[in-house]
Write a protein that binds this ligand. Structure first.
Ligand code: TIU
Length: 222
């Protein structure tokens, strides 16, 4: 087994069974006029991690390891959008409404796209997910099984919502999970810090955390 220097202790992995999961690095969470901004959030925090996420993605590609991208989005007819999700809070525009980047969080709309700098390469798996977790109502679990993945490294947004939910789902399904601390972000710095702390507490109860440099060094030395 190879190792990544991580907290709360080194993360062991097999060099051919690790995959990178990039969660929801979409225009809707990173640009003014999108879903994240409609909820009153400062989206500049998300933009700031893009170069780090890019470095992580490129490290996995260079090592020949799979990169899987997720996108939070719904069908144009909203048949996969429960009112429990749509009719929540007091956003300036709701999911499915027309906004400056097209219909908010609807598959195929300009605002729903993954940021250009982080665009999937042809052949990389892209999971369109209606929920916060990537396993719910998607092919993600089956795709991971087909890949033979055993260890998952996570990046993307937001740390305490879609990233943490997916890590918890993955941990329950038997995957060893590591969060790249500087390649994830929240609209709330205190929530990011709390999510990182609770993931790795109690002997990595949900998973490990490490910096992008530590992950890339572990891959390079494997
Ligand atoms: N609002 C928020 O923090 N996150 C989401 O709605 N989705 C994801 O985290 N992708």
């Amino acid at each position: 087994m190879a190792e990544i220097a991580a907290q709360p202790f080194p993360f062991a992995f097999k060099p051919r069974t690790m995959a990178l999961i990039v969660i929801d690095m979409q225009r809707d969470f990173a640009e003014p006029g999108g879903f994240g901004a409609s909820l009153g959030n400062d989206v500049s925090r998300v933009v700031a991690i893009v170069p780090t996420v890019k470095r992580l993605i490129e490290g996995f590609r260079a090592a020949g390891l799979p990169v899987i991208h997720t996108m939070e989005c719904h069908r144009p007819d909203l048949s996969d959008l429960p009112s429990a999700k749509r009719d929540r809070g007091n956003p300036s525009i709701r999911i499915g409404d027309a906004g400056p980047m097209g219909r908010v969080l609807i598959a195929g709309e300009p605002g729903t796209a993954i940021l250009d700098e982080l665009a999937p390469l042809p052949g990389e798996i892209v999971i369109e997910k209606p929920g916060k977790g990537a396993f719910y109502a998607t092919s993600f679990g089956e795709d991971l099984r087909k890949l033979g993945a055993e260890q998952l490294v996570f990046a993307g947004v937001t740390t305490e919502v879609c990233v943490q939910t997916t890590m918890r789902e993955a941990n329950d399904r038997g995957y060893d999970c590591l969060l790249a601390e500087d390649a994830t972000e929240s609209y709330f710095p205190e929530f990011k810090a709390a999510a990182i702390a609770m993931i790795r507490a109690q002997g990595a109860i949900v998973g490990w955390t490490a910096t992008t440099d530590q992950v890339l060094e572990g891959i390079a030395n494997a």
